[in-house]
Design a protein around this ligand. Structure first.
Ligand SMILES: [Zn+2]
Ligand SMILES: [Zn+2]
Length: 205
């Protein structure tokens, strides 16, 4: 029965890792940052602007980098002698995290098995992922299951992480995300300029 615990931990762990990667992608760098700008930031900005933009991409186009990372995990675990059901599930879900995300934006293209998993609330579905695309797009970063996001968002995990980054990276929110907040706040207060939060201003020194 130990393998059941291993698999459950692996599923939650891969969801957490998907959230951490997504958060980092949405938080650091700009479209002009070398390498990651055109490779990661630009598609993410486009995805926030037009959520259906990446739906047409093939599995290979949107998952090759995750598949390579998953393969590295499997090879390392075999070399280290700790390969097992947990690692297999972690690698399988991790390699397909973008595909799972993509199905949320194209539910009609999702295979029957995926829809059954949505119905059983085992896999993250369109309604859950829609939370990330609301407002400032700074919650519900995890894309694999419906279990991890509610806990992390409830305790303000991502905001704490951002505050921890300030001494090392300065204000971490990317300009396109920050722009959304500026526009919204300006609209709410009917003023053109918003004073950034104190912790954000401190980080910019
Ligand atoms: Zn995002
Ligand atoms: Zn999305």
């Amino acid at each position: 029965m130990i393998w059941v615990i291993e698999v459950v931990v692996a599923v939650l762990a891969v969801d957490l890792v998907s959230g951490l990667v997504h958060w980092a992608e949405d938080t650091f760098g700009t479209v002009t940052t070398p390498v990651v700008g055109p490779w990661i930031v630009a598609p993410n900005v486009l995805h926030h602007d037009d959520a259906s933009a990446f739906v047409a991409r093939s599995w290979l186009a949107s998952s090759w980098d995750l598949a390579l990372a998953a393969l590295a995990v499997v090879l390392l675990s075999i070399a280290g002698g700790w390969f097992g059901p947990g690692v297999a599930v972690f690698a399988l879900l991790g390699a397909n995290a973008n595909q799972i995300h993509k199905w949320c934006h194209a539910p009609s293209r999702a295979p029957l098995l995926v829809r059954i998993a949505w119905g059983a609330r085992l896999l993250q579905g369109p309604a859950h992922h829609a939370r990330h695309h609301r407002g400032e797009k700074n919650t519900a970063y995890c894309v694999v299951t419906p279990f991890v996001n509610p806990a992390l968002d409830r305790v303000g995990f991502w905001r704490v992480l951002e505050r921890c980054c300030v001494p090392f990276t300065g204000a971490p929110r990317r300009e396109d995300l920050r722009a959304i907040r500026l526009v919204r706040t300006a609209h709410r207060r009917e003023v053109a300029v918003e004073q950034p939060p104190r912790w954000l201003a401190r980080g910019r020194s």
